[in-house]
Design a protein around this ligand. Structure first.
Ligand code: HPA
Ligand code: ZN
Length: 324
């Protein structure tokens, strides 16, 4: 079964590129860029990856991103992720990046996006891997800062397919970003938002009704509202679910408690994704394998999850036909 899960063609729709920064690369870039990490070794850093909640993780994730300084650093980060995708038969990817994490420490928007998109272009040329880059606003920052980031993205709109919303969900509901999402939509960008990860089902409803998103990232707490589940099924709204992330951040106490297959079986368009694989213990295959071990996922269920990823991806209609 593990071989089957690795070999089946997959797509990834919820992946933070900064969350693919493996400890070894973090140390290498720290040394290259003359940055002092507050850890003596890779082992000591890995030992710190024991999170009680989302915020515990975010604190380390933002700190880790400090080692990313040059366009080449962003290229190498992205290329390392692409190599994992190659090994796991991931044929289409829609990575997120968090420009504000970098521009707030003096790295230019162009440095970040040029490094990432050059790697994505090379993957397309060399392996035929298709992709679409999604720019996320950090929701713990202000609406004005999100507008400023959207302005910085203007000269680079050819490299971005959509915008997203990530970081601390508690205390930063969708309503805060209603106007900037409306502006992004008017610019022709697709829309996604993290909702119902740590926050309540109401955040999923508000992401749909106030932000008008095309997909929901996470959304697992939607299952607390049976009416909402009915709506997701009826309106065919896809959820980009991240099983290992949810257990590492204690959204579910154990993988055996995870609701993804229950949602799949009632007709919700759920997909499997790795979120921040360097921090949560695995890439896409490891997420599928974890569902197999804890929930006895069948081959049919695994294939249905992959089909959802292709169908609800933002790939062109022609590319979708090739993939499914
Ligand atoms: N949730 C919110 N923000 C994030 C995440 C996540 O799972 N990963 C990286 N930024
Ligand atoms: Zn995420």
């Amino acid at each position: 079964m593990e071989n089957f899960l690795n070999a089946m063609p997959k797509a990834e729709l919820h992946l933070h590129i900064e969350g693919t920064l493996e400890p070894e690369l973090m140390f290498l870039l720290a040394e290259r860029n003359g940055i002092n990490l507050p850890y003596a070794s890779v082992e000591q850093l890995k030992a710190a990856y024991d999170f009680g909640n989302l915020q515990d993780f975010l604190d380390l994730y933002y700190q880790g991103a400090d080692v990313l300084q040059t366009e080449q650093d962003f290229y190498e980060l992205t290329w390392a992720y692409i190599e994992h995708c190659r090994a796991q038969h991931v044929i289409h990817i829609e990575p997120f990046f968090d420009p504000q994490t970098h521009t707030d420490r003096g790295i230019s928007f162009a440095t970040v996006i040029n490094g990432i998109s050059r790697a994505l272009d090379d993957a397309k040329k060399q392996f035929g891997m298709s992709s679409g880059l999604i720019m996320c606003f950090l929701r713990h920052l202000s609406e004005a800062q999100a507008f400023e980031t959207l302005k910085q993205a203007q000269p680079h709109l050819d490299k971005i397919i959509g915008i997203g919303l990530d970081s601390s969900e508690q205390g930063h509901p969708p309503a805060k970003f209603e106007r900037v999402f409306a502006k992004a939509k008017s610019m022709g960008l697709l829309l996604v938002a993290h909702a119902g990860e740590e926050g309540p089902a109401q955040n999923v409803i508000d992401a749909l009704d106030m932000l008008h998103v095309d997909r929901i990232d996470h959304g697992v707490r939607a299952s607390e509202d049976p009416q909402l589940i009915k709506r997701l099924v009826k309106e065919k709204i896809a959820l980009t679910v991240c099983p290992l992330s949810n257990t590492r951040l204690k959204v579910f106490s154990d993988m055996s408690e995870h609701n993804i297959l229950k949602m799949l079986d009632v007709g919700v368009k759920v997909t499997v994704n790795s979120d921040d694989p360097a921090y949560f213990g695995g890439y896409l295959t490891e997420n599928f394998v974890a569902l197999y071990h804890a929930l006895d996922m069948s081959k049919e269920q695994a294939l249905a999850l992959c089909r959802n990823s292709f169908e609800y991806s933002f790939a062109s209609p022609e590319r979708k036909v090739e993939m499914v």
